[in-house]
Design a protein around this ligand. Structure first.
Ligand code: ZN
Ligand code: ZN
Length: 331
């Protein structure tokens, strides 16, 4: 099978012809129809996340068809379309797993990082760690739901249901999905982008932003909460200055540049800063049930599998509205 492989962080992916993987007793073999490109892939490829399992096939927003299953697997059946996300394994017995926090399991393993990912024609997954894909979505449209959607939704949940005026810092794949959820819920959102990024600001307005502008600007009225999707640490004090007392700043990314020091006065007033780590399968199920009711419509740009480096580069330089999606069927 064709696969795009990371041999050394910091170097481009290389196209390889690898043996088709063989599913273990509790695994599925999945033929990849589409795999969206996440900013986390960029952090892995660029060497900003430690110790990827090399050589690595990246990609953790995978939609595909079950081709065959190991002997212990009853469901899902061969032929079903499934989604595979970042959390590929958790132990199931530790305090975090049994307490509803499998996203924090010390033995968790992640797709396209420690486990083979979706930048390939086929992949394998533990049967208990895949999701049914809502029928309203084709493979390309569904792929960005699996991380941008899931992590974005978990990030929004951390802001609290009572927050009705929400700032979104970084208007990429996650933001364009969460904006639609916020609008559906009747909550107001403001989009803060890289200074001068008029394309992202126009995209945010099209999706219903009450205001869109540079992240260096403070809102005229304070925010109830801020969601930070851009990996820029300087946004944390900026967002703290924008939220009202009691408000929360949620950092949704897996990696961020260092946060500069800031005066205690901008945290004072019971403001909270918190991160979101990974996702649980319950997050996945609840978001995939919600998405068709909103309905969330993803904006995508498709690339052949062999063009994975171009897709990563377009994401790196902010040249995308919405999400890049690799399609092995395109070559
Ligand atoms: Zn565990
Ligand atoms: Zn991701």
């Amino acid at each position: 099978m064709r696969a795009m492989v990371l041999h050394m962080p910091g170097a481009p992916l290389v196209q390889r012809d690898l043996p088709r993987p063989i599913p273990g007793p509790s695994q599925l073999l999945v033929r990849v129809e589409a795999c969206a490109v996440c900013r986390t892939d960029l952090h892995v490829v660029d060497g900003e996340l430690p110790d990827p399992e090399l050589p690595l096939v990246p990609g953790h927003e995978i939609v595909g068809i079950v081709e065959s299953a190991g002997e212990h697997v009853a469901l899902p059946p061969v032929g079903q379309r499934v989604g595979i996300a970042w959390l590929g394994h958790a132990c199931g017995t530790c305090r975090d797993c049994t307490g509803g926090h499998e996203n924090l399991c010390p033995d968790a393993r992640f797709t396209g990082y420690q486990l083979p990912g979706g930048y390939a024609e086929y992949t394998v997954v533990d049967a208990g760690f895949c999701f049914p894909i809502p029928e309203a979505y084709d493979a390309v449209a569904a792929a960005p739901l699996l991380c941008a959607g899931l992590i974005g939704h978990r990030t929004l949940a951390m802001a609290g249901d009572e927050a009705t005026r929400i700032g979104i810092y970084g208007f990429g794949a996650a933001a364009h999905i969460i904006a639609q959820v916020l609008r559906h819920q009747g909550r107001q959102f403001l989009a803060f982008t890289r200074p001068g990024d008029q394309q992202a600001q126009a995209f945010a307005r099209k999706l219903g932003a009450a205001w869109a502008g540079d992240a260096t600007t403070l809102p005229d009225e304070p925010l109830d909460a801020a969601l930070i999707f851009a990996p820029a640490g300087e946004l944390v004090p900026q967002a703290l200055r924008a939220v009202r007392p009691g408000g929360t700043v949620v950092c949704g990314g897996i990696h961020m540049s260092d946060i500069p020091s800031f005066p205690y006065s901008i945290l004072w007033g019971e403001r909270t800063i918190r991160s979101v780590a990974n996702l649980t399968r319950a997050d996945g199920r609840s978001f995939l049930e919600l998405a068709p009711h909103v309905p969330v419509r993803t904006t995508t740009r498709t690339y052949a599998l062999s063009a994975a480096n171009d897709a990563l580069d377009d994401l790196r330089h902010g040249r995308l509205d919405g999400a890049a999606v690799l399609v092995p069927g395109l070559g």
